[in-house]
Ligand binder design. Structure first.
Ligand code: KG4
Ligand code: ZN
Length: 332
């Protein structure tokens, strides 16, 4: 089956074509730049940008794949969670394309898309694993007992990990989004210079990042702009280490509790180089297999949406055309 997937839940306009569930023929991603000057995503502008870009991005994805609309079997789009005005652009487009070309339509859960990104990059992986799903809006540990069969083991009590990266990026004047900027700024920084808090030290599998963000804010306030400039790399590296440590510790606890020997990383924060490096070392020490998608499949993209659609159509059949956008859609 050949699927054209669309992803417009936040500030990436993306269209992808995949064949046979895992072969990516194209995956075109446009990251909206309009939000940078506001230091965060402006929902109204996101929707308007998607409307401007969606058709050229679809055309590019089809031409890269060397296909026409006629050769697509199913049009898929994210229906939630996300910004309602943004979601509606991709969703309405996929429904219209399916309707007018007399093909199937498939509505996809964005969070499930992040998990399925691993299936694209590691098609041989077992379907029983622990996944750490870390993005701008979500931080959760999920036990996967077969694709589509999820148990949420823990989640954040306040900020998502990506949100913490973005807020600290702002504190350090690194621009938006803060995640990739901190990842870069931390290179060469001393990650042991500041002992920032690692919240919820017990056995529970939830996360908390608001205390860590406040601890960084206090350090920032103490410094003059010149001093801050000099110590930026150390603060970024120490903050990143605190986030990474808590994510890894809880992931290891979850794998142990569930007796899983496969761990998968998902979501935008899974692109973080220190998280990938340190989690790999930890998994190697404990004899666990670790998989993670390449960075381009960690952050929002339409290939992951098409990957879910391929599996979902096989399991549950196509979606109804009356399905609406659901901004607060949960994984389960
Ligand atoms: O999954 P995603 O693209 O969108 C959501 O579904 O939220 O995740 C975006 C988040 C942002 O908070 C961004 O700062 C973070 O992922 N991110 C990173 C890195 N790349 C993206 N965080 C840390 N290190 C990175 N390299
Ligand atoms: Zn996402």
């Amino acid at each position: 089956m050949i699927i054209l997937g669309l992803e417009t839940s936040c500030d990436e306009t993306s269209a992808a074509v995949i064949r046979g569930g895992t072969e990516i023929l194209s995956n075109v991603i446009y990251s909206q730049r309009v939000h940078a000057r506001f230091g965060g995503v402006v929902p109204e502008l996101a929707g308007r940008e998607h409307i401007k870009k969606i058709i050229p991005i679809i055309d590019e994805a089809l031409s890269e794949a060397g296909l026409t609309f006629n050769e697509i079997d199913c049009f898929a789009a994210t229906f939630g969670p996300g910004l309602v005005g943004a979601l509606l652009v991709g969703l309405s487009m996929a429904k219209s394309l399916a309707y007018f070309n007399d093909k199937s339509f498939c509505a996809v859960n964005h969070l499930e898309g992040h998990i399925f990104a691993n299936r694209l990059s590691s098609p041989d992986m077992s379907d029983r694993f622990i996944t750490l799903l870390v993005s701008g809006g979500h931080t959760m540990l999920v036990d996967v007992d077969g694709w589509g069969n999820y148990e949420i083991l823990g989640k954040t009590l306040d900020d998502a990990a990506g949100e913490a990266f973005d807020k600290v990026g702002k504190l350090l004047s690194l621009g938006y989004p803060g995640g990739p900027a901190i990842d870069k700024a931390a290179t060469g920084g001393d990650r042991d210079r500041y002992q920032f808090p690692r919240a919820l030290p017990g056995n529970r599998l939830d996360f908390s990042y608001s205390g860590l963000k406040t601890a960084v804010a206090l350090q920032v306030q103490k410094r003059s702009p010149d001093q801050l400039e000099k110590e930026k790399a150390d603060i970024a590296a120490s903050f990143q280490e605190a986030v990474v440590d808590s994510l890894i510790r809880k992931t290891m606890l979850a794998a142990k509790q569930k007796g899983r020997n496969l761990v998968a990383l998902s979501g935008g924060v899974a692109a973080n180089s220190r998280l990938r490096e340190k989690l790999q070392m930890t998994c190697d020490q404990k004899g666990l297999r670790l998989v993670f998608p390449p960075p381009i499949l960690c952050t929002d993209n339409a290939a992951m949406v098409a990957a879910v659609a391929d599996w979902q159509i096989g399991q549950k059949g196509k979606s109804n055309l009356d399905i609406n956008a659901v901004p607060y859609q949960k994984l389960l």
